[in-house]
Design a protein around this ligand. Sequence first.
Ligand code: ADP
Ligand code: MG
Length: 366
Amino acid sequence: MASIKLDKLRKQFKEVLAVEGLNLDIEDGMFVAFLGPSGCGKTTTMNMIAGLEQPTSGDLYFDGKRMNDVPAGKRGVGFVFQNYAIFTHMTVYENVGFGLKVRGCPEVEMKREVGKIAELLELTPMLDWNAGKLSINDMQKVALGRSMITNPGIFLLDEPFSNLDASFRAYMRGELKRIQREIKQTMIYVTHDQVEAMSMADRIAVMYCGQLYQWGSPDDVYNRPVNAFVARFIGSPNMNFIECAYEVENGQGFLQQRKGGLRVPVDAKRRRLLEDRTGPNNLILGIRPEHMKVYQQPEPNALWQGTAYALEPLGPLTIAHTEVGGDRVQVKASGGYRTRPGDPQWVALDLEYIHIFDGETKLVIR
Ligand code: ADP
Ligand code: MG
């Protein structure tokens, strides 16, 4: 087990700045997700932590000890990558036990340790099988077991399930969380899938273009995104964005939609923030599909009238794509909600949950 500190960690590949001065404090035993789109520097950061890549500048500490000059093999880091790395000519038992065998671990102890890991990963019935004959799902479990058995203080997983089918991924989300609680290793899980990050991690590092945009709990990144990028990356369907300006009329402050002039009143706290602000009156209103309601008839609380555009019936819910004042929004409706394109719609917004972003910097105004 170990804590990890990244101090202005930076990696430049010729003209590509892959990681730009990353600062991060990861507590011992934490389950952390590095989340961001492809190419944002997740793997490069992992490789620097593992010792497979040397930082261009900046420092890296495990338990307060500087690690920059410690070779990969001596860092006590285990890793699992997207492409399962197992010996296909060996049995599951030999694969899982490999790390202990090369250390000269006695057979009795190895049997016991492999047995424990196999139980944890539900591989016990397959121990004598040839690993090359396993399904891809089980091969990746074997790769996990191989890494886990050496009991590294830090466990790095780089998109380990992205080649696997959706139902297995969903199953492994639950399993991995349980396993991490049991083995208590500090775990960093790299993913571009916000569902994986949200469902498993204690803390999420949202990355974009080599930068850390937000470091927080799943609750933080979902409810208090620091900018429009994080707001859009977290949650499905995406948060709706509507370009607005702040206006005051008859003593009431409101956000006025640029395209269609629709209005949303703002409370006193937001009003103060908006009135204290300098710079262009260029704002983005953000609201999640689950914080809106759509109706087929006028409703007292439905501020906006719009038009049905398309529907996605998903079984337990329906995503209603609705046009309001020239902007298209997605609203979560009940499973049985049905409309035809062009039908009039009334849309309510839960004003508690609106987010306001600066149209230029895309930073939240809070
Ligand atoms: P991610 O894992 O988030 O998809 P990476 O860390 O793999 O992102 O890559 C970050 C950026 O660095 C990308 O632009 C990628 O092309 C670049 N990059 C990664 N490794 C190398 C390398 N060995 N040489 C040159 N550029 C690289
Ligand atoms: Mg990667």
